[in-house]
Design a protein. Structure first.
Length: 197
């Protein structure tokens, strides 16, 4: 099976599974899957917050966890990914995240508590498909000005590496940043804000 076939097969499982994905650390990089993980049935049933250990998440890797039946992406963004956020703003529908699709503490360019770690619901704001990660290496396919981000194959919505929607997409708003907080340097609790935040 080719690498791309493996990726496609695994992506089909993202909504029900929990995975770690290498997210194209640089142009042309492959996207290896390195682990799987599930929250407990009891936690899922309760919609409880989910703890995520990001200590082993390498730059460019994505971990997908399930929270309240939705996939949530956790990506340690590379320098290149963060730099790309500055180059696309004029092409975005809501570059400053004025629509409250994120907690107030994530209303910034990276839409994150810590810029290098992205926490995002992997649910398209058009009709709910799961967008795909497409690195800068997909430029030929995505258009000459593509610098990487997420693409929803259902109806063609495009988002940058902070989940901000590009103008002209059917999706009306940026992707949703769920409430989350850091319990330590390397542990994020998804589904709950810091008390008082
Ligand atoms: S559901 Fe994503 S573009 Fe329609």
């Amino acid at each position: 099976m080719s690498d791309s076939e493996k990726i496609d097969n695994t992506r089909r499982n993202l909504i029900v599974a929990t995975s770690v994905v290498g997210a194209a650390a640089g142009a042309g990089a492959a996207i290896p899957f390195v682990a799987s993980w599930w929250p407990s049935e009891r936690a899922k049933a309760a919609g409880a917050p989910v703890e995520v250990d990001v200590s082993r998440l390498e730059p460019g890797e994505m971990k997908v966890i399930e929270w309240r039946g939705k996939p949530v992406w956790v990506i340690r963004r590379t320098k290149e990914m963060l730099e790309s956020l500055k180059t696309v703003t004029s092409r975005l529908a809501d570059a400053k995240s004025d629509v409250p699709q994120q907690p107030e503490y994530a209303k910034n360019e990276a839409r994150a508590l810590k810029a290098e770690v992205m926490v995002m619901e992997g649910v398209c704001t058009h009709l709910g498909c799961t967008p795909e990660l497409r690195g800068a290496e997909a430029r030929a396919e995505m258009g000459g000005d593509w610098s990487g981000g997420f693409y929803c194959v259902c109806h063609g919505s495009k988002f940058d590496y902070a989940g901000r929607v590009f103008k002209g997409s059917p999706a009306p708003t940026n992707l949703v940043v769920p409430p989350h907080t850091y319990l330590s340097e390397s542990t994020i609790l998804i589904g709950e804000d810091k008390k008082g935040a």
